[in-house]
Design a protein around this ligand. Structure first.
Ligand code: 3PY
Ligand code: MG
Length: 272
């Protein structure tokens, strides 16, 4: 039996898996967004805990994973680099999935799978004393140990010209679950305009390669309309936006209203 994490269930259902980027090391921020959904019929099934570019590091992982897991969403930790010890630390703290930046070829991809799985499939070292705490209903011991190789969601970022050129071979690597596009690095690494023809052609190639190999395709989006466009295009998993992006935009929009430069179109609020 595979652990039915929120992200795994959502991807298996063939429904779109919506998530957002957490760059601040704050359970309060994560839970404020996740807790008690009222409004949209869709819900967030995952949160990307960004230890590559966010202000999050190793010692924040455990608390963040538990807070996110307690809201029936999956913490996916983006480690700073695809190294075995970084992936091990993320999984041992309770990540339901890992994401690695800059997967350039099938050798990178095979190593990432190897670091994410216990023997005989891989080389993950053993010591999951804390890992099941973020997985409601999963007991420590054999229940976690015997199922986590299949339960962990392995996401690799395709965000370089080499990654695109090798994407069919990357997608074919057993144990890779999700090809996750980083559109900003992709444009910079390819030396092309973000949103231009070459960039969009690369994105389409990654999407097609993932699906041809029976894998899932995901992409980082800047806002809801960007995400909607990608859902219509056929992406299985989209990150809507980032915590700090939303805070800044919303705060500046309210400042404009207060200053008389704009009229509010947000729902009026009666409290904090
Ligand atoms: C990119 O766009 O490069 C990303 O990795 C998204 O954070
Ligand atoms: Mg990137």
């Amino acid at each position: 039996m595979t652990h039915a994490t929120a992200i795994r269930s959502s991807l298996q259902d063939d429904s779109v898996a919506y998530g957002f980027w957490l760059t601040l090391p704050s359970s309060g921020v994560a839970k404020t967004i996740l807790h008690g959904h009222s409004g949209p019929s869709a819900k967030f099934s995952w949160v990307l805990v960004d230890a590559e570019h966010g202000l999050i590091s190793d010692h924040h992982y455990y608390e963040l994973c538990n807070s996110i897991g307690s809201e029936n969403a999956s913490p996916i930790i983006r480690v700073p680099f695809a190294e075995d010890w970084m992936i091990k630390r993320a999984l041992d703290a309770g990540a339901h999935g890992i994401m690695t930046p800059m997967c350039h070829n099938e050798v990178d991809a095979a190593n990432i799978v190897k670091y994410s799985k216990y023997p005989p499939l891989g080389t993950r070292g053993y010591g999951p004393m804390f890992a099941p705490h973020s997985m409601p209903g999963v007991n420590p011991g054999p229940e976690y140990d015997n199922n986590i190789n299949d339960g962990v969601t392995v996401c690799v970022q395709i965000e370089s010209r080499a990654g695109v050129e090798n994407v069919e071979k990357i997608a074919a690597v057993p144990g890779i679950d999700v090809l996750f596009i980083g559109p900003f690095d992709l444009s910079k690494m390819m030396g092309v305009t973000r949103g231009g023809d070459e960039h969009e052609a690369a994105i389409k190639r990654i999407l097609a390669a993932a699906h041809a190999a029976g894998k899932k395709a995901a992409i980082f989006c800047t806002d809801g309309s960007d995400a909607h466009k990608r859902v219509v295009q056929g992406f299985d998993m989209v990150s809507i936006t980032t915590d700090v992006g939303v805070f800044r935009n919303a705060m500046l929009a309210e400042l404009k209203v207060a200053n008389g430069e704009a009229t509010s179109n947000a729902a009026s609020r009666g409290g904090y």
